[in-house]
Write a protein that binds this ligand. Structure first.
Ligand code: ADP
Length: 395
């Protein structure tokens, strides 16, 4: 029995989960938020207890050291040597990384070099790799890439119709995101369908704060909604998703608050989506409440949100020429039954029928009616488990 740590570093956060392997038992987990800001929040869950501290954590290197110290202090581990593997989620693997990869100094350097494709994430992830390597030099490090699952997309799907030089020289193309989640839930859905994944056609909807939809054929991603960066595709909590690119120069020219393209992109990333339209919040629970109270902006935000998801499902029914199943996962996909109903209502021509009662339950559930041609499932995602499994495979 050994312990494996799954690490998910965001731009200002660090999520971790410690597993006993191969039993896949979660021993402890934690989250550090507001790294680099005042009053970082440091939370650890272990043995049925939740421990929270507020303190200033300046960077990811310090965060990693504190996580390891905390593990010893709380008796989660006795010796650092118990942790024999560490899996790191990496947002951008570019065209280089098509599968999870054991860390070497060269691999870490390549991940750092891919930073222009995920400027908020890859540098933080590389910092964590260095910090763990320093304290746990004997543990096997593995990088698990968000983009790897999407490297099977055909060129016609991942290329943008712009002059070739942008792809040839700058690698401008669709990379996708949430690959680990799309892979996990499509494999789980195949089990529920009782078929080998190679024989399935599945549309996976990862609908969290960030959100993306993927067409999965025979267990492989053949198209996905997110693009060159996680701003592409459907409308999200604070992100616009797709729009006509001509909007950008037009609003920069006419809005004195926007100085340049970077300002405009920040607005599309942080002030748009549900937050921009509802003017209430980026959180689906607040939109639900606003909608119940009859707030017209919340109603419009919700309707636009469902509309964008519905259209991608329509696209991918065409890409796959029909589907065996549609899967909803992540924070909103797993919890907001009213969103699932809003999306699926009106798709009955495709043979998609919702069982409204089943839709009101939580956890892994089939929510389609018995006579639905396409099955619909809610499947909680588990990206950390995929990371821990990949570490086991490569150790
Ligand atoms: P990410 O990993 O992209 O930050 P998550 O998948 O954790 O996001 O999803 C977070 C979002 O899920 C929240 O912003 C909120 O809108 C939504 N959410 C979480 N719990 C619920 C719930 N019980 N009902 C509706 N929406 C929820």
């Amino acid at each position: 029995m050994t312990k494996t740590l799954a690490v998910n570093a965001g731009s200002s956060s660090l999520k971790w989960q410690l597993y006993e392997m191969p039993e896949e038992k979660v021993v402890a987990k934690g989250l550090i938020e507001r790294i680099g800001l005042k009053d970082s929040i440091f939370t650890t869950k272990f043995d049925g207890e939740k421990y929270e501290q507020i303190l200033d954590i300046v960077n990811h290197t310090q965060a990693v050291k504190m996580v390891l110290e905390d593990m010893q202090r709380l008796n989660i581990i006795k010796e650092f040597s118990e942790i024999t593997g560490i899996g790191h989620r990496v947002v951008a693997g570019g065209e280089l990384f098509k599968e999870s990869t054991r860390l070497t100094p060269e691999v870490v350097k390549q991940i750092e070099e891919l930073s222009p494709y995920a400027p908020l994430h890859n540098p933080a992830e590389a910092d964590c790799m260095h910090a763990f390597e320093e304290v746990l030099p004997d543990a096997v490090g593995v990088a698990v890439f968000d983009t790897a699952f999407h490297t099977t997309m055909p060129e016609k799907a991942y290329r943008y119709p712009v002059p070739n030089k942008y792809y040839d020289e700058l690698k401008v193309r669709k990379y996708g995101a949430h690959g680990t989640s799309h892979m996990f839930v499509s494999q789980e859905a195949a089990k529920l369908l009782g078929k080998p994944v190679e024989e399935t056609k599945i549309i996976t909807c990862h609908i969290g704060n960030g959100a993306s939809i993927t067409a999965v054929k025979g267990g492989k991603s053949v198209d996905t909604s997110m693009g060159f960066t996680p701003l592409g595709g459907i409308m999200m909590g604070t992100r616009s998703g797709e729009l006509d690119p001509s909007v950008l120069p037009f609003i920069i020219a006419n809005d004195p608050e926007l100085k340049d393209a970077q300002d405009a992109i920040d607005m599309l990333n942080k002030k748009s989506g549900l937050a921009g339209i509802s003017e209430i919040s980026s959180d689906m629970r607040d939109i639900r409440d606003g909608r119940k109270a009859g707030n017209p902006k919340a109603i419009l935000a919700f309707d636009m949100y469902c509309d964008r998801i519905q259209k991608y499902i329509g696209q991918y029914l065409a890409v796959l020429n029909g589907a065996d199943a549609i899967v909803f996962t992540a924070g909103i996909g797993e919890n907001a039954e009213y969103m699932r109903e809003g999306v699926l209502d009106g798709l009955d021509w495709f043979g998609i029928k919702l069982d409204k009662e089943a839709n009101n339950t939580y956890g892994t559930t089939e929510i389609s009616a018995a006579d639905s041609r396409v099955k619909v499932f809610v499947i909680p995602t588990d990206e950390e488990l995929v990371i821990a499994r990949d570490v086991e495979l490569l150790k």
